[in-house]
Design a protein. Structure first.
Length: 423
């Protein structure tokens, strides 16, 4: 049984979720783009940049883990507003930091809430979309991530020389506030409303639901026998993938500047171009994930990502802007959208309404913890080897292949109704 919302509302929800994720990305990627300037201003080096990134992601793990049960208890609509509001406030405060301890504390909350945008929006869109469109629509929404990088890079290039990195964090508050206002007309998910009514014994549920299990703590449900295998397979796959992501996407601007002899503007220019092209990976992967299955789309990316990381390893040369740009663009393409668009929808559709928000939040929290581990791993390997090329080979090429463990996950008909997958 599909949601009863109109096509016009579905279009509105898709667009507002797209821009919300884009602005969360804009907020989050300010840290990536401003890291080289922060290193100079706050006096820390590239190794410590990886360490700071790790600590920030550890904070994100905590914040998103808190949000999960709230999505399933308080509702998708309310949490859809709260996560961006908190992120906006603490992004503004980042402009005032004077040392890296303050930076860690503020980004702990701001980036944690930015990441909270994904499980709230994903859960809402999954439950409201027609089964034959949910992957395609969410692929479009996930495309907001590179658009956020693109917008952030453009604003960086246009304004950083005039307002500095601190001014960029002030600017970063404004689009978040605009999206919050735009969400006033969001409605609660029909499936969530139906579940709450059934739990309160007001009405007989329209959608198939296990009432007794729905009364349990949501994280507990994820580790019971009917959901355990899926919980383990999707999260282990995400962990292996994410361990490499910090090196290839988060501290990449610092790598370009410190080890490939580019200027900060050249590094951000590459991110600007890569993110602009990378946008198309999201709707593309959302579309073919809807055709061949989200798990199968994930497998394809698990092979292509390390392949293009290996090409970068051999061809990119320090000081040669073109060799770096042309080999990084396809790596960005296959290390972002082709994972995220089918991957997050695969998680969301794998779990029942009673624990869907918690399942997606739990995965996002583990991804954040893996970002932390990836930051520590980058710092540890680079400190041990003193060789950026060997560090790249280990983290960006070898480790991502392990995400093929996703093959242990449930094979799902991409057009199946949610309640026929799990309930």
């Amino acid at each position: 049984m599909e949601s009863g919302k109109s096509k016009r509302y579905l279009l509105y929800l898709t667009i507002i979720a797209f821009f919300g994720w884009a602005m969360a990305s804009f907020n989050f990627n300010l840290l990536t783009e401003t890291l080289p300037l922060m290193e100079q201003s706050l006096h820390f080096g590239t190794v410590l940049a990886g360490l700071i990134s790790g600590i920030v992601y550890l904070g994100m793990f905590t914040m998103v883990l808190i949000y999960g049960p709230l999505i399933d208890r308080l509702g998708r609509k309310l949490m859809f507003q709260i996560v961006l509001l908190v992120s906006a406030v603490f992004t503004g405060f980042t402009s005032l930091v004077t040392n890296f301890f303050q930076l860690i504390g503020l980004r702990f909350v701001a980036d944690g809430s930015a990441f909270g945008e994904l499980p709230t929006g994903l859960t809402l869109v999954t439950e409201e979309s027609p089964s034959n469109l949910r992957g395609t629509l969410y692929g479009f929404i996930q495309g907001g991530w590179p658009i956020g990088v693109f917008i952030g890079s453009g604003i960086y290039l246009a304004l950083v020389s005039k307002i500095g990195w601190r001014g960029l964090y002030v600017i970063g508050v404004l689009p978040l506030i605009v999206i919050i206002i735009g969400r006033i007309w969001i409605k609660e998910s029909d499936r969530f409303t139906d579940m709450k009514s059934a739990l309160n014994a007001k009405d007989k549920p329209k959608y198939k639901i296990n009432i007794e299990k729905a009364k349990e703590f949501t994280y507990k449900q994820l580790f019971e026998h009917d959901l355990l295998r899926q919980t383990l397979s999707v999260n282990l796959a995400w962990i292996f993938y994410t361990l490499s992501f910090v090196t290839t996407n988060v501290v990449i601007a610092a790598i370009f500047v410190s080890y490939y002899n580019l200027t900060s503007s050249q590094a951000v220019t590459i991110l600007l171009i890569a993110s602009g092209i990378g946008f198309f990976a999201y709707p593309l992967a959302g579309w073919y994930g809807q055709k061949i299955g989200r798990r199968e789309a994930w497998v394809l990316s698990s092979i292509l990502m390390p392949f293009f990381a290996l090409i970068f390893y051999f061809i990119a040369k320090p000081g040669n802007f073109d060799s770096i740009m042309y080999t990084y663009i396809p790596l960005y393409f296959f290390s972002n959208g082709t994972f995220a668009a089918p991957g997050f929808m695969y998680i969301s559709e794998s779990f029942p309404t009673r624990a869907r928000g918690s399942a997606t939040a739990f995965s996002m929290a583990l991804i954040a913890a893996s970002y932390a581990a990836g930051g520590f791993l980058f710092s540890a390997v680079l400190s041990a080897t003193h060789n950026i090329h060997l560090t790249w080979l280990i983290i960006a090429v070898i480790i991502p292949f392990s995400s093929l463990i996703i093959l242990a996950g449930k094979k799902i008909n991409p057009n199946a109704e949610l309640e026929s997958i799990a309930y």
